[in-house]
Design a protein around this ligand. Structure first.
Ligand SMILES: CC(C)(COP(=O)(O)OP(=O)(O)OC[C@H]1O[C@@H](n2cnc3c(N)ncnc32)[C@H](O)[C@@H]1OP(=O)(O)O)[C@@H](O)C(=O)NCCC(=O)NCCS
Length: 147
């Protein structure tokens, strides 16, 4: 499904002024990957990212953000659809919209991390890293839970 044929009443937008920080913080601070993240940090993170919202009659019901130089690299993060709106193809339309965004064309590398949604992203060409031994990270799980 593309954003052009979303279910009735839904739309997807990259307009930062439409993003609802209460909705984004409400979900992210309960997520398995950023549990306990304070609202001030969510606001800062969104402000410095390219954010995409999914809206149902103008109420935000989904989100994704991209950390990027808009030239060579982009990191797709914090993809979610609120539970009551799942199973309608919204996340597929959202990822499609993100990947088609004009400022994000011709990049050399896209990355993301997911515990269990690999098949969502595989349909758009994402694959497990070919050479994990070349990838390095500093990762601080539980940072916002004080553990
Ligand atoms: C994952 C999530 C965004 C899917 O949203 P959605 O709008 O219900 O998904 P869609 O209706 O667009 O369908 C998603 C497709 O990916 C597949 N999929 C793969 N992994 C999935 C997962 N962990 N959860 C849901 N669907 C998943 C579905 O089976 C479906 O494929 P299909 O159309 O061939 O059946 C939503 O379940 C969610 O917000 N989950 C909690 C947050 C999360 O885990 N985000 C991903 C972090 S990387």
């Amino acid at each position: 499904m593309s954003a052009a044929d979303l279910p009735e009443g839904y739309d997807i937008s990259a307009d930062p002024t439409r993003l609802n920080l209460d909705v984004i913080h409400g979900f992210i601070s309960q997520s398995y990957w950023a549990k306990g993240m304070p609202k001030a940090l969510v606001e800062k993170m969104v402000r410095h990212s390219l954010g995409f919202g999914v809206y149902h009659h103008a109420e935000q019901v989904g989100f994704a953000r991209v950390v990027t130089d808009k030239t060579t690299f982009a990191y797709l993060a914090d993809v979610f659809v609120l539970p009551e709106h799942r199973g309608k193809g919204l996340s597929k339309a959202l990822v499609e919209e993100v990947l088609a965004y004009p400022d994000l064309q011709g990049l050399r590398r896209w990355m993301l991390v997911t515990a269990d949604a690999q098949s969502l992203y595989e349909r758009f060409g994402f694959k497990a890293v070919a050479h994990p031994e070349r990838h390095m990270e500093i990762h601080r799980p539980g940072l916002y839970e004080g553990v």
